[in-house]
Design a protein around this ligand. Sequence first.
Ligand SMILES: NC(=O)c1ccc[n+]([C@@H]2O[C@H](COP(=O)([O-])OP(=O)(O)OC[C@H]3O[C@@H](n4cnc5c(N)ncnc54)[C@H](O)[C@@H]3O)[C@@H](O)[C@H]2O)c1
Length: 241
Amino acid sequence: MKTRTALVTGAAQGLGQEFAVALAGRGYRVAGLDLEPQPQTAARVRDYVELVGDAGDPGTVEKGLQRIIDECGALHVVVNNAGVYPAKPFEETTLEDWRRVMRVNLEAPFLVTRAALPYLRAAGWGRIVNIASAAVLTAPPTMVPYVASKMGLIGFTRSLAAAVASYGITVNAIAPSMVRTATAERTVGADGGFEQVRSGQAVERTQEPADLVSTLLYVVDEGSDFLTGQTLNVSGGSAYL
Ligand SMILES: NC(=O)c1ccc[n+]([C@@H]2O[C@H](COP(=O)([O-])OP(=O)(O)OC[C@H]3O[C@@H](n4cnc5c(N)ncnc54)[C@H](O)[C@@H]3O)[C@@H](O)[C@H]2O)c1
């Protein structure tokens, strides 16, 4: 394969870092966009293009994409992974809480995808992968904005797939269960959260970031041209589409 380029948002840690490393292992030149610097990812990915900024800010996204093109010459894969998953009783949820979740989880994928599209079209081949969540199926009561945002992302995936299919670009979503990342351990996984989710899974262990890699690589594979508009539910049998 001629060297292709992938952009992963939220690549500083957690799933994003795992995806960046996996794509690099598959021969991709990888760029990451995160609010935070990404030294750990850079240490694991050769020739990593580190972009620090907000994926929900149009100017930052445009500039980031331009830098990728300047440094790598082209863009082929976009993984919209940056996301937030705060838990709070619905009645305490403010408009600011709602907007923050929508901005990161839904508006940022729109902005990044829209900015990337001319480059994917120019490449004549592309893969857009949106990281959703099996929470859209289990629907935890304390995560109403989150579930709404990820359902929105699934709708975005389906409709966008139809909009860009003629350019040789596929669009799919991956829906994990609760995954052991540092953020999840600190938040939703604390106080028995992991045990609770695990007890609802057919697979009797906690999901690790590495458990999502084979699905990502399948979705971006050269042979996956006919897989588009889909949400792949990789949740250990905890919820069914
Ligand atoms: N961990 C889980 O249990 C789990 C389960 C299902 C789905 N997901 C989804 O997977 C994705 C990654 O989750 P994670 O646990 O690895 O999260 P994480 O907190 O470990 O990593 C997310 C990264 O995104 C970055 N980020 C946040 N807002 C950003 C913004 N506006 N612009 C750029 N970067 C931003 C953060 O700085 C962070 O480095 C999220 O979309 C999440 O909703 C996670």
